[in-house]
Design a protein around this ligand. Structure first.
Ligand SMILES: NC(=O)c1ccc[n+]([C@@H]2O[C@H](COP(=O)([O-])OP(=O)(O)OC[C@H]3O[C@@H](n4cnc5c(N)ncnc54)[C@H](OP(=O)(O)O)[C@@H]3O)[C@@H](O)[C@H]2O)c1
Ligand SMILES: *[C@@H]1O[C@H](CO)[C@@H](O)[C@H](O)[C@H]1NC(C)=O
Length: 327
């Protein structure tokens, strides 16, 4: 008995300390989950497209749209992954109006084909969610030769949005939602080397592409004024998705064992990461709000570079050329 008590006395501080760390971690986690979109809405009869809807934030967004009755198109670069998510969403929501379609944002041909086929199936589009994204890629180029962060995150979505504008306008009130990132704050449009040919850095290229997302959303909002189509951008927060798949160190066993508990406390679940996207896409109060940026389900400031209207115009004109759009 005495032995047991003295043993307990010895390990008590240890247990307490660990319990304490656990409780702190738990509280930090609760705090980090961020704002939630709790309003009930009925999206029956609405048509939505979610790019990168097969995993991560895109899948959670598509899941909730389907749960609220919308017809949802998952625009994915991989057919099998898309169909797997489609079945999962149908099973979980009981909504059979969920479709997986091929749309590789690193190929203009694939984007054009996706839009052509979509328009054969639907003559309405109420919600376009530009969610797909690449992060921390080694230097790669898209089919047309653009650096992949710029090419997929910005140029691909630019073309996709452009091709869908007519049907969005026809379906007004409708919304375009651009999933950007807080990382835009570290971004800069590198005018003299936007395609990272002279110098390449994964982080610089990603941040540039996310800044481009916001410049695009703000400029498009101006052009769409009065059309009944709004466009807003957002920061989802740090969420535990497949986003870090290219960070080799992060994937090592060492990092996973050591960092996992910390990350568990610090990161949002994919479901919570999708809340701001859902808020911007669905909240009736945002019906007439356009050209704004949100984080944690509320308005948020953008970096000075994201407010540079002249740069937005320059980028717009360039991107039109790159995307082969003759307006
Ligand atoms: N998670 C975060 O902490 C965080 C923070 C800030 C911003 N974001 C932004 O949130 C968005 C969603 O990211 P996530 O966290 O959900 O990452 P994720 O789990 O890696 O999902 C990314 C999605 O984009 C798709 N995608 C990649 N390249 C594509 C292409 N060429 N064509 C079509 N789809 C493509 C992926 O398809 P595959 O599955 O086939 O690869 C996947 O469906 C991104 O725009 C990201 O920049 C995320
Ligand atoms: C949006 O604008 C329309 C037309 O001016 C108005 O009827 C509607 O109440 C506005 N919605 C909100 C949420 O302010």
């Amino acid at each position: 008995m005495e032995i047991i008590i003295s043993f307990l006395q010895k390990i008590a501080p240890f247990l307490l300390a660990h319990g304490f760390v656990g409780i702190i971690a738990f509280c930090v986690r609760l705090y980090m989950q961020g704002g939630k979109f709790k309003k009930q809405t009925d999206e029956t009869g609405k048509v939505a497209i979610v790019t990168g809807g097969n995993t991560g934030l895109g899948k959670e967004t598509a899941m909730e749209l389907a749960r609220r009755g919308a017809t949802v198109y998952l625009a994915c670069r991989n057919k099998e992954k898309g169909e797997k998510a489609q079945l999962e969403i149908i099973k979980a929501t009981g909504n059979s109006n969920v479709f997986a379609r091929l749309c590789d944002l690193s190929s203009m041909e694939s984007i054009r084909e996706f839009v052509e086929d979509f328009k054969k199936e639907q003559n309405k589009l109420h919600i376009l969610i530009n969610n797909a994204g690449v992060f921390w890629e080694p230097r790669r180029v898209t089919k047309e030769g653009f650096e992949t962060h710029l090419g997929v995150n910005h140029i691909g979505h630019f073309l996709l949005t452009h091709l869908l504008l007519d049907v969005l306008k026809k379906s007004a009130p409708s919304r375009i939602v651009v999933v950007a990132s807080k990382a835009h704050e570290r971004g800069q449009i590198i005018v003299e080397d936007i395609n990272s040919e002279e110098f390449y850095d994964e982080g610089v290229a990603y941040c540039q592409s996310k800044l481009a997302n916001i410049l695009f959303a703000r400029e498009l909002a101006k052009q769409l004024e009065g059309s009944g189509v709004t466009v807003n951008s957002l920061n989802p927060g740090i969420a535990d998705t497949e986003i870090a798949r290219n960070m080799i160190f992060f994937q090592t066993k060492f990092a996973q064992t050591l960092l996992r508990p910390l990350l568990w406390a610090m990161m949002k679940t994919p479901k919570n990461g999708a809340q701001t996207t859902l808020y911007v896409a669905l909240d009736p109060e945002l019906e007439n709000i356009s050209g704004q940026y949100f984080s944690d389900c509320k308005l948020a400031p953008v970096s000075p570079a994201a407010l540079d209207d002249q740069m937005a115009k320059w980028l717009w004109a360039k991107t039109e050329k790159w995307a082969g759009i003759g307006l």
